[in-house]
Design a protein around this ligand. Structure first.
Ligand SMILES: NC(=O)c1ccc[n+]([C@@H]2O[C@H](COP(=O)([O-])OP(=O)(O)OC[C@H]3O[C@@H](n4cnc5c(N)ncnc54)[C@H](OP(=O)(O)O)[C@@H]3O)[C@@H](O)[C@H]2O)c1
Length: 332
């Protein structure tokens, strides 16, 4: 069983731990927190008694792997420390802020013979393959619209004058990094690299992008992406073929997927899946890759390649939309 530690003690870390328990391939062994007290409370709640407040001490410990769920601006430096110490790393999305540092860290992982992967539900989700098969049944696909608009639970605090991390560009956050990435992933995964990208964003007073859109031009299709933390999507995403349309309730979770054929008939491809199961898929496949890197090398290469292409598109969208993280120091 893969012995792992977590960095970050928010709800998403709890959700990963709960998901990882489902298949019993990863065993929580330690918690890192900036605060001993917070870390201890979180560790005890999860049945472990090892807490680190020093990343170097965590790196020197006997854990095999680390799940990183800190604010985005810490992903690259924390990953670098862990990869240098020979730990396998599963890092929350976006895995790094820039594509150059992703290349650097992917090479570092290769050099140290460890696995380094982005925790993005899309790539580990069995629905990924089901959707690919469904797409073969709707004829020629000429356009798709992926939307992830989810009213942020932190928005009321922001409106009250607070500055939650997610709306603070110092942490390389904002709507594109948080939600837009879930729209970029399927575009890259199913359609590849676009020929041309354009993008616009609406900026909040904090400087964070609160919502935005991007258009991806391919030789044979046009794909639009929209994302917002300031309003709630009630319609989902769609893929348009000349024989039918695929509707996708949640583009991040790939749930509630249906094909509606042009004759009016429809077919359910997938219904609802608990979030815990989706996080569990990430943990399970990550553990499988670590346990059998040769057997999973095709999938791992796909993970690395799709992460890098996504990171490159994200950088291009930021450039066009004017999303800047001026205080972020890229690692090299
Ligand atoms: N996969 C998903 O569905 C999903 C969902 C939500 C978020 N995420 C990703 O998970 C990551 C964390 O997101 P979040 O919303 O949980 O972030 P967050 O609450 O702002 O921070 C996460 C953790 O990082 C530590 N932290 C907070 N502020 C920090 C600071 N200023 N300096 C250093 N560490 C700090 C805290 O742990 P301690 O106080 O214990 O040190 C906190 O528990 C992001 O990369 C996000 O994209 C993924």
């Amino acid at each position: 069983m893969l012995k792992y530690a977590v960095i970050g003690t928010s709800w998403i870390t709890q959700s990963f731990i709960d998901g990882a328990k489902l298949d019993n391939k990863m065993q929580l062994s330690a918690v890192y927190s900036r605060s001993e007290e917070k870390g201890r409370e979180f560790a005890l709640r999860n049945g472990v008694d090892r807490v680190f407040t020093s990343l170097e001490e965590l790196a020197g410990s006997d854990v095999d792997a680390v799940y990183i769920a800190s604010p985005n601006s810490f992903h690259a430096t924390q990953s670098e420390i862990m990869l240098n110490a020979g730990k396998h790393v599963l890092c929350e999305k976006p895995i790094t802020v820039t594509p150059d540092e992703l290349v650097y860290l992917q090479n570092l992982a290769k050099k140290n013979s460890v696995i380094y992967a982005e925790a993005i539900m899309h790539m580990y989700n069995p629905a990924r393959g089901l959707l690919a098969k469904a797409m073969e049944r709707i004829g020629r696909i000429t356009s798709a619209h992926f939307d992830f608009s989810q009213l942020s639970s932190k928005y009321p605090a922001y409106k009250n004058g607070e500055l939650p991390n997610i709306f603070n560009p110092v942490f390389a956050t904002g709507c594109l990094e948080d939600l837009g990435i879930y729209c970029v992933y399927p575009a890259v995964d199913y359609f590849g690299m676009p020929k041309e990208i354009s993008a616009l964003s609406y900026f909040m007073e904090s400087g964070a992008d609160g919502c935005g859109s991007a258009a991806l031009r391919y030789d044979d299709k046009h794909v639009t992406l929209t994302y917002s933390k300031l309003g709630q999507n009630r319609l989902g995403s769609q893929i348009f073929g000349d024989a039918g349309t695929i509707t996708i309730g949640s583009i991040s979770q790939f749930t509630d997927i249906n094909i509606v054929f042009n004759d009016g008939t429809s077919e359910k491809i997938i219904g609802d899946v608990p979030k815990e199961r989706l996080m569990g898929n990430e943990a399970s496949l990550f553990a499988d890759i670590v346990a059998d890197p040769d057997g999973y090398s095709d999938f791992y290469n796909e993970l690395c390649d799709t992460a890098l292409k996504t990171s490159r598109i994200m950088a291009e969208i930021r450039k066009h939309a004017g999303i800047r993280f001026d205080e972020y120091k890229e690692i090299k």
